[in-house]
Design a protein around this ligand. Structure first.
Ligand code: PLP
Length: 394
């Protein structure tokens, strides 16, 4: 689609052409089953080994600590269910998570709760940050797992993962982080940060869809969700998605090699967009943490026009710009208030009024400037639906 502006990188990212190129081999001549002993099989196995090392390299892990899954969602499920699955009733115990996790975590928690696990959902402040003191207070003798996301998909806020993980570990609980939004954008070194498990997904870092990974620290034991031929250290049986894995490896390597420069570039674009926006649309306000956020992530509200975000999104789409009104995963619930914003203390009307603008590798200043021309027209064409006396920007 020529001339369109794609600003929805938290939903998914376009595949980098270098990743697509790397995938031509397993999609074509290198078609062997990696479990086969012949040359074709060994060739495919070599490709997987290389990709596993590339994904491990992104977070400072060893290749043996990476398990490929079908998605970030599956990685999250494996982390949580893998800890609690089939534990004896008296060993079920307790877990802690935050109130703003992705449904891949919250729905899994609900399932665990229905099956006897007790769960605590930590609150967040007005920027969407979990207070480490709240974690320290919520830990119990039977807390087996803490799962807090590294970066939030709706508002972009980064959590103090190093501190949260240290507190959980000191208490003897396992620590998992859903790093699906932050992997490849914000550094995470498992040699420095005492996390036990990390979920990642290739399609958020210019890789293919349908492939994720769970880092599992050596010595941590999980129960599998999928049984069969014993692939992926017995934790995820199934003939491997070789092309997806190779694409994930290539995407991880590209992200790792360019992470700092790309983060600086995206932060500059983000500031340009926000500064420009506040000049042309004084009613615009930023949601989430002012600077502890994903480099290319902006979550915006428009005072007095909350509740109109779907119309705004559609009008921008018509004008050639793809943005989101929140999380792509909840597009079918788009008119409902966001539970993330409600947890941050927004009232039900303001919690419906977000526009998520997320920038990525191929976005340019020219596109940002073009967006700054298009957006005011779209916003000003909406009728005011609510007014907020005494409203202050966050
Ligand atoms: N976790 C977070 C924070 C996400 O943003 C997403 C997707 O948006 C997921 C998990 C699910 O990842 P996947 O789309 O690979 O299943």
């Amino acid at each position: 689609m020529p001339d369109r502006i794609y600003f929805d990188h938290s939903a998914t990212t376009p595949i980098d052409p270098r990743v697509a190129f790397a995938m031509t081999l397993p999609n074509g001549e290198c078609y062997g089953n990696p479990s086969s002993l012949h040359s074709e099989g060994r060739q495919a196995r070599d490709l997987i080994n290389r990709a596993r090392a590339q994904v491990a390299g992104l977070i400072g892990a060893t290749p043996a600590e990476i398990v490929f899954t079908a998605s970030g969602t599956e990685a999250d499920n494996l982390a949580l269910l893998g800890v609690f699955r089939f534990a004896n009733g008296d060993r079920l115990g307790h877990m802690i998570t935050s109130s703003i996790e992705h449904p891949a975590i919250t729905e899994t928690c609900r399932f665990l709760e229905q099956n006897g696990v007790q769960a605590t959902y930590l609150p967040v402040d007005e920027h969407g940050v979990v207070d480490p003191d709240d974690l320290a207070k919520a830990l119990r003798p039977d807390t087996r797992l803490v799962s807090i996301m590294a970066a939030n998909n709706v508002v972009g806020t980064l959590q103090p993962i190093a501190e949260l993980a240290r507190i959980a570990k000191e208490h003897g609980a396992l620590f998992h982080t859903d790093a699906v939004q932050s992997a490849g954008k914000v550094p995470l070194d498992v040699g420095q940060v005492p996390v036990d498990m990390v979920s990642m997904s290739a399609h958020k870092l210019h890789g293919p869809k349908g492939i994720g990974a769970l880092y599992i620290r050596s010595g941590v034991h999980l129960q599998p969700l999928v049984f069969g031929g014993g692939q992926e250290h017995g934790l995820r049986s199934a003939t491997e998605n070789v092309a997806g894995i190779v694409g994930f490896g290539a995407a991880a390597q590209l992200a790792a090699s360019d992470m700092t420069d790309e983060a600086v570039r995206l932060v500059q674009l983000r500031y340009r967009l926000l500064a420009g926006l506040q000049e042309v649309l004084p009613q615009a306000y930023l949601i989430g943490h002012p600077f502890k956020r994903l480099p290319g992530h902006l979550c915006l509200g428009f005072a007095g026009q909350e509740g109109e975000s779907i119309r705004l999104l559609l009008s921008l789409d018509e004008a050639g710009v793809a943005v989101s009104s929140g999380s792509a995963c909840s597009a079918h619930k788009a008119s409902e208030p966001s539970y993330v914003l409600l947890a941050m203390g927004f009232d039900a009307i303001r919690a419906r009024g977000t526009l998520r603008v997320t920038l990525g590798r191929f976005n340019t200043k020219v596109e940002v400037d073009r967006f700054l021309e298009i957006l005011p027209q779209a916003v000003n064409s909406l009728r005011p639906v609510a007014s907020y006396a005494g409203f202050t920007r966050s």
